[in-house]
Design a protein around this ligand. Structure first.
Ligand SMILES: Nc1ncnc2c1ncn2[C@@H]1O[C@H](COP(=O)(O)OP(=O)(O)O)[C@@H](O)[C@H]1O
Ligand SMILES: [Mg+2]
Length: 274
């Protein structure tokens, strides 16, 4: 059984379920795909959701903030020399188109020096980076931000520049371990800018309906987080993991696969959360 350090009746759980959001009607939705763990499906979810929303006619931008740049290369993009957050140029100048109609990409950068610079600026309490990010994202119906696997300054800046958080949770042992810290960070950002950031939901990834472990994790996550868990679960499906090596989303690589269908359904649920 999974080990969890947080229980459904804690103040954190109540805070996650509550909350309200005041959003400027002219502003698109900026969805921060975050979880401090690696390998839980953040990049996969950000990329396929972005592709699905674009295919549904939404002007969509995929923002790659992870220095691993998997979202960038997964659409055949080239990582930038300078990290988009510290580039002198406006974000829009670094945006590139993709093969998917309506989908653009803000490539990430592998520059370690830039990541250190971002951490320094953000530690000083500066909102410059978050504002730079938020201003650059105004022109889109949806921006999906792929975060690194940490709760460092890149993720904090992404949260501060977003209107909502979407957290993938992998159906595996220790699925909830460490989430308390992540939730604390989200709460800090919410408190710093009341009414801007909301919690759009939790998505269960790499779901295998034949495994008892998956059923246990799903039960635990749904008990703990309640209605903020999306009904759609993303199945473990090899086509999902193959698609980026062809520089495609799973929706184009294997449109009839279980993975493609699940991401299409998740898109509809995300759109319905508006
Ligand atoms: N639904 C899925 N089915 C099969 N493999 C998956 C699925 N989702 C993600 N993967 C694979 O799991 C690994 C981690 O996913 P990734 O999205 O890169 O996680 P993160 O961005 O959280 O580190 C990748 O190799 C990816 O291809
Ligand atoms: Mg990733």
């Amino acid at each position: 059984m999974t080990k969890t350090t947080i229980r459904a009746d804690t103040p954190i759980a109540r805070f996650m379920r509550g909350g309200f959001i005041i959003r400027d009607a002219r502003m698109g939705r900026v969805v921060c795909v975050a979880n401090q763990k690696g390998g839980v499906g953040k990049t996969t979810t950000a990329s396929n959701l972005a592709a699905g929303l674009a295919k549904a006619g939404q002007r969509t931008l995929l923002v790659d903030l992870d220095p691993q740049c998997n979202a960038t290369t997964g659409f055949g993009g080239t990582p930038a020399e300078t990290h988009p957050l510290v580039s002198e140029a406006a974000l829009a100048e670094n945006v590139v188109t993709t093969a998917v109609t309506n989908l653009s990409l803000l490539p990430g950068s592998r520059s370690v020096r830039d990541v250190e610079r971002i951490a320094e600026e953000a530690r000083d309490g500066s909102m410059v980076l978050a504002n730079h990010l938020a201003c650059g994202l105004h022109a889109w119906d949806y921006c999906l931000i792929d975060c690194p696997p940490s709760i460092g300054e890149l993720t904090r800046t992404a949260l501060a520049g977003s209107t909502e958080v979407l957290m993938p949770i992998q159906c595996e042992y220790f699925a909830l371990e460490g989430l308390t810290q992540m939730i604390e960070v989200i709460r800090d950002v919410m408190a710093a800018r009341p009414g801007r950031l909301s919690f759009s939901g939790i998505v269960l990834t790499m779901h295998d309906a034949s495994l008892e472990l998956t059923a246990e994790v799903e039960r635990e996550v749904r008990d703990f987080f309640g209605e903020i868990v999306f009904d759609t679960v993303i199945p473990r499906d090899v086509t999902v993991s193959e698609a980026p090596s062809h520089a495609l989303s799973v929706l184009d690589y294997a449109p009839r696969s279980h993975g493609a269908r699940a991401y299409t359904e998740l898109c509809m649920e995300v759109r319905d959360c508006e």
